[in-house]
Design a protein around this ligand. Structure first.
Ligand code: ATP
Length: 648
């Protein structure tokens, strides 16, 4: 006979004997339920035989060698609920939880194999018909034992409970105040996987805890199918948190977080099922698929946990909510008991063999149980030693700090000096320059306004004088030769001719060439007004030669002042404002007095030119008026052109 498994008695005993943190195998108890009424009615035969208290023999229906499976405990259908409770060593697990360990009891098996019955007893037969105490499951018995045990403890114990189900891969709070809603499963280093916002309820009596249990059971998803009239369609996890609220205990990190301490978790897994056998359709089939998937993920994790090398690397606990929440129980620091449930019927043998293999693998998985991290009361010698160690560390750190401070001033002072020299100095320079630029800007604006006003007045005066001059020149001269409109002399007979010599510049006022007296063809000159009216494409005003620039005063021995940068900047800005032309601000000083080079209007020279022209025009007007009144001979009154108008 082939024998599998390596159980070793009481599931919690190995932990009692082994030191904390050592490799501890998952304990597996096998329970074979009695043949159900339906199975007996169908005349099905039993294929399982218990051999002793720890071995199960499987006899294939078609003959062949028996296969034996060995577990921590094997319980046949004749065993009572109390027998199961004792055989599982749940009291020892409860003691470990009180000491701060994290303990898990989970049932596993085919649908209808008796998992829920084992944990919570048979379902109530109706309203107001409580389950007889003799049929109470592991959970009720553990609750009763725990509450009794706590009352006899010397230290106060706080008990809390949470209850959730994983239904179609969603975590739902079975103790929620409102209707259950999906809750997220999170992970952090300190807690591992946990359900966020899960309600944790404190209880102080067995009745209160039973109420919580019934509340959860009534909310849990269940349906009827071929193999089970009240089949659980979800995995259910009820957790009891045990803590000792002593002054030494580290307070909980979050208000909603269970206090640091031990816990005892009861997991009622939904049963694996073959939908072809159970006849599940629609929603039932969806539920069955979800259940089977999560059980497959659990089996996969268990298989990988058997490989020591894989165990060190990666176990896919994240593949399902179930494996996430069982991660610590299977591969972490918990103490775990698995109760595998099977049907004795030969018709269920394939599923039963699957469960047995599953359970055999599971009992080879080991965990490293760890107790609470919160420190207990330390002996005085240890406290004294730690105190001395801390004092020494404190002295050493102070010394290091002093050394750093003695070195620091040089570095610190140099940095401050650098900052003062550079940053603060730069800041001051910028502020001064800004102030200077603001002042210069104010001056420029005021100069610009003055220049614009002056220019406007002068332009008006020029216009007025021009009008006077033209009207004076057009007066009829009886008995004498008619005067040239430029008032330089009598009008030449050529005024009637249309051509104007190209070397001559026109008079600004009468448009007659101002150099006609020097021109060999001056007899052919005509007033510019006549030319403008006769010649298309004549020169526009803007295209005419620029105004005159006054020469330096001959009597002045003072050399022209060298313009500095500010002057040039000011001049440039003014010129741009006045002419609209771009002027290079860094232009060299103007070549004043140079009459034979073409002049262009440059900045501030516009205003003196205009003033000069005004003076000349005023003189011309008065001369013209005098001439027209006294009718002098042209030869007598001919003035030197150089004395009349300034050259261009
Ligand atoms: N040891 C037992 N003694 C008497 N009746 C039992 C025993 N185990 C299970 N039963 C009965 O068998 C039926 C199925 O049991 P149970 O609901 O616990 O199975 P299950 O494994 O939880 O199924 P599912 O996975 O579908 O929820 C129930 O009617 C239950 O009362």
């Amino acid at each position: 006979m082939e024998e599998r498994g390596s159980p070793d008695g009481d599931p919690a005993r190995s932990l009692e004997q082994a030191p904390e943190g050592s490799e501890t195998p998952i304990q597996v108890v096998l329970r074979v339920r009695p043949m159900s009424t339906a199975e007996l009615r169908r005349g099905e035969q039993s294929a399982l035989h218990c051999s002793g208290t720890r071995t199960l023999q499987v006899s294939p229906p078609g003959g062949g060698p028996d296969v034996a499976f060995r577990f921590s405990a094997v319980l046949d259908g004749a065993r009572t609920q109390e027998d199961v409770f004792r055989a599982c060593g749940v009291k020892r697990l409860g003691e470990l939880a009180l000491r701060g360990f994290s303990c898990t009891i989970f049932t596993f098996g085919q649908t209808g194999s008796g998992k829920t019955y084992t944990l919570t007893g048979p379902p109530p037969q109706g309203e107001g018909m409580p389950v007889p105490p003799s049929l109470a499951g592991i959970m009720q018995r553990t609750f009763a034992w725990l509450l009794d045990r706590v009352q006899h403890l010397d230290v106060p114990v706080t008990l809390r409970a949470s209850y959730l189900e994983i239904y179609n891969e969603q975590v739902r709070d079975l103790l929620s105040l409102g209707s259950p809603r999906p809750l997220p499963v999170r992970w952090n280093k300190a807690r591992g996987f946990y359900v966020e916002q899960l309600r944790v309820v404190e209880f102080g009596s067995l009745e209160a805890l039973m109420e919580l249990l019934h509340m959860g059971l009534s909310r849990r998803q269940s349906s009827s199918h071929t193999l089970n009239q009240a089949s659980s369609r979800s995995h259910a996890l009820l957790t009891l948190y045990v803590s000792h609220p002593t002054p030494q205990q580290v307070p909980a990190v979050d208000p909603g977080e269970p206090p640091v301490g031990g816990k005892l978790c009861f997991v009622d897994l939904a049963g694996s099922e073959k939908v072809a056998v159970t006849g599940s359709r629609g929603q039932l089939m969806l539920e069955a698929n979800s259940i089977n998937r999560s059980l497959l993920a659990l089996g996969h994790c268990i298989s990988l946990l058997l490989d020591p090398q894989r165990k060190q690397s990666h176990i896919p606990f994240r593949d399902s909510k179930l494996t996430k929440l069982l991660a610590d129980s299977l591969g972490g620091r918990g103490v775990t008991l698995m109760v595998a449930c099977v049907s004795p019927s030969a018709q269920c043998l394939p599923e039963t063999l699957s469960t047995l293999r599953y359970a055999s693998r599971a009992q080879r998985v080991t965990t490293r149980p760890q107790g609470p991290k919160s420190p207990g009361v330390k002996p005085p010698q240890q406290v004294e030693a730690e105190l001395l160690q801390l004092q020494e560390e404190n002295r050493r750190l102070r010394l290091q700090l002093n050394q750093m401070q003695t070195k620091a001033p040089g570095i610190h002072g140099a940095r401050v000096a650098w900052a003062q020299r550079n940053l603060y100095g730069m800041l001051q320079e910028f502020m001064l320059e800004n102030e200077r630029l603001r002042k210069e800007m104010r001056q420029l604006r005021s100069s610009r306004d003055l220049a614009q006003a002056e220019r406007h007045v002068l332009a008006q005066q020029v216009h007025e004088l021009q009008r006077h001059l033209l009207s004076a020149c057009s007066l009829p001269q009886q008995g004498s030769a008619s005067m040239c409109p430029c008032a330089m002399g009598p009008a030449a007979s050529c005024h009637a001719q249309p051509l104007l010599c190209s070397c001559c510049h026109p008079c600004l006022l009468c448009r007659v060439s101002l150099a006609h007296w020097a021109c060999p063809q001056r007899d052919c000159h005509v007033p510019q007004q006549v030319v403008e009216s006769r010649v298309p494409g004549h020169m526009s005003l803007s295209a005419r030669p620029p105004p005159w620039v006054p020469p330096p005063s001959p009597g002045s021995s003072k050399p022209p002042r060298e313009r500095n940068h500010s002057d040039r900047t000011q001049t440039g800005v003014l010129a741009e404002m006045l002419t609209g032309e771009e002027v290079v601000p860094s232009a060299p000083p103007l070549p004043t007095g140079c009459s034979n080079m073409p002049l262009t209007l440059r900045g501030g020279s516009g205003i003196p030119n205009l003033t000069q022209r005004l003076e000349v025009l005023t003189h011309q007007v008065s001369s013209s008026l005098n001439l027209s009144h006294s009718q002098p001979q042209p030869s007598e009154n001919m003035q030197s052109p150089g004395q009349g108008l300034p050259p261009y």
